[in-house]
Every structure is written in C-alpha cells, then in structure tokens.
Design a protein around this ligand. Structure first.
Ligand code: NAD
Length: 280
C-alpha cells in the first residue's frame, strides 16, 4: 500500500509514493487536493517554497485528520536562497508557512543557483553546510538534493560531512536516467522521480494504452508501477479526486521484465529543463 516505505541511508522510512503539488494553486485547491490525497492513503507530500502553496499544504496537514507524525513532508530551498544564512532563513520561512515544527525531508531544489554565478560548487557547499546544521539540530529528519547529476553530486560529496539521502530528478518512460540512478544506487542515495507521468505527455502513447488495457489498469497506474518496480519513488501530481485515487491503486498487479523494458523505451519527450543550463 501507499504506507509501504523505502529506507533512507540514515534509517528513516519514506512512504513509497509522494503526492506532488507543483502548479497546484494556493488556496482551496491546494487544501482540498492534499486532504483528498491523505484520505486516499498517501502519507508523503512533496512541496517547495517556490510552488507558493506551503501555507495551504500546511492547512491541509492540520485538517486532514491524520497525525502529523504519520505524514512525511518534503520541501525545497529555492535557487535565490542558496548560501548558508539564506538557506537557514528559507527553512525557517518554510516551517512557519507550513506551521510545522519539523520537516521530514529538505532538498536543494537545483544545483546551479544564480544568474551569472559560475561558482555553483562553492554555493552548493554553503547551502549544504546549512542543510547539515538543520539535520544535526533535528529540525529535519533527512536532507537531500534535486536535479543533481553525478558531477554535481561528486562536487558536493567531496566536501560534505553528511551525504545526501535523496536525489529528486526528472524521470519517466523515455527518460529512465540510468546513469544517475546507478550512481545513486551505488551510494545509497534514494532516487525520487519528478514528472513521473512526464507531466501529462505520456498519455499520448497508444502503446501504453494497449499494455494498460491488458492489465485492466490505466496508463498512469502502469507507469507508476514501473517506477516502483525499478526501486524509484514517484511523486505523481493531480488535483482531480478520481485521479488522486487512481494513482494510489498500484499494488494489485505486476509488470513482467519484458513489460518493464518495453515501458523504459517508450518514446516520450523530456521537459527540456537541463540542470546544467537551468538558472533562475
Ligand atoms: P506529473 O508527471 O506528476 O504529471 C502531472 C500531470 O499529469 C497533471 O497535469 C495531471 O493532469 C496529469 N495526471 C495525473 N494523474 C493522471 C491520471 N491518473 N490520468 C490522467 N492524467 C493524469 O508532473 P509534475 O507535477 O510536474 O511532477 C510531479 C511532482 O514532482 C510535482 O508536483 C512536484 O511536487 C515535483 N516536481 C519537482 C521538480 C523539481 O525540480 N524538483 C520539478 C517538477 C516537479
């Protein structure tokens, strides 16, 4: 079930599917969709300061009727806040917007932070030093990164006291990210998939329709199952109650190795956001 977990390198259990909230409008939509998700069984919510909906996510957490301790809440430090003091400040703001007294997971959102700033390695390290402090103080149960390729992780690991426990990257059929997945697996870093449904672009695939029909499942369910069977934690997003429920029903069927391989190689465009060039 959605209460099944992966275990992070520090022993923390992370519920195996996270509920995405990117582009979820702040206000009633964010509150009701997160409550809907918890009622459907999700125990893991993925947000970020830059999504602008942390206040509503926090409200949903208080209203959903499930104990805070049973939920796993992730947020991320945005690019403009990278640096030591600025990250500590951004974390305080995130906690106060969410009205929580700890986070389960805090991530560096992107590896390359500022326009005109080529010294990204140094800035990432300062940000990481702040993440380590927050972790040591027990204000966050796990720390990690997002959109980091092996070379970004190499630079960070070289100077880190504490290794990241998670790397959240764009990953979906047609973009299986084998290199980063293998790199992370070798270092006990859990890979989370953002855009697990390729942000909707997957639904144009006729081949996936055929495979889904064979299992009497939807394309979305087939693809989310593919993530789980690869040992990847998907973060599907929806604000539609029926789809929120649908995306949670992944545990009553299994894909064969041939089907897994077939899904891996489906043709599907990536978002085009490249961590090596993305600067905002
Ligand atoms: P996604 O792959 O989850 O796709 C979401 C889209 O698919 C929605 O527009 C929805 O309409 C559609 N959809 C969802 N379920 C469906 C279903 N059952 N049937 C038909 N259509 C369905 O894309 P995403 O939201 O970009 O990514 C997921 C989450 O990952 C985000 O919400 C966010 O939390 C996180 N994220 C992180 C980063 C990052 O830089 N770290 C970037 C993007 C997203």
């Amino acid at each position: 079930s959605l209460k099944d977990t992966f275990t992070l390198s520090n022993g923390v259990q992370i519920p195996c599917v996270g509920f995405g909230t990117y582009l979820t409008p702040d206000g009633e939509t964010a509150v009701s969709s997160v409550i809907e998700a918890v009622h459907a069984g999700y125990r893991h919510i993925d947000t970020a300061a830059v999504y602008g909906n942390e206040k509503s996510v926090g409200k949903a957490i208080r209203k959903c009727g499930t104990d805070r301790k049973e939920l796993f809440i992730t947020s991320k430090v945005w690019n403009s806040a990278q640096g030591y003091e600025t990250t500590l400040h951004a974390f305080d703001k995130t906690l106060s917007d969410l009205e929580l007294d700890y986070l389960d997971l805090y991530l560096i959102h992107w590896p390359i932070p500022r326009k005109h700033d080529d010294d990204w390695q140094q800035l990432n390290r300062e940000t990481w030093r702040a993440m380590e402090k927050l972790y040591r103080e027990g204000r966050v149960r796990a720390i990690g990164v997002s959109n980091f390729k092996p070379r970004h992780l190499d630079a960070l690991l070289e100077k880190a006291d504490i290794a990241p426990m998670v790397d959240q990257i764009e990953l979906h059929p047609g973009m299986p990210q084998d290199e980063t997945v293998e790199y992370c697996r070798a270092r006990d870093i859990l890979v989370e998939a953002w855009g697990p449904l390729a942000q909707g672009r997957l639904f144009e695939s006729v081949e996936l329709d055929v495979l889904a029909a064979k299992h009497r499942k939807s394309v979305s369910q087939i693809v989310l199952r593919w993530h789980l069977q690869r040992g990847i934690l998907p973060l599907p997003k929806s604000i539609t109650p029926s789809r929120i429920v649908e995306n949670a029903q992944l545990f009553d069927f299994e894909l064969s190795p041939q089907e897994m391989n077939f899904i891996t190689h489906i043709k599907c465009e990536s978002s085009g956001l490249d961590p090596d060039t993305f600067r905002m």
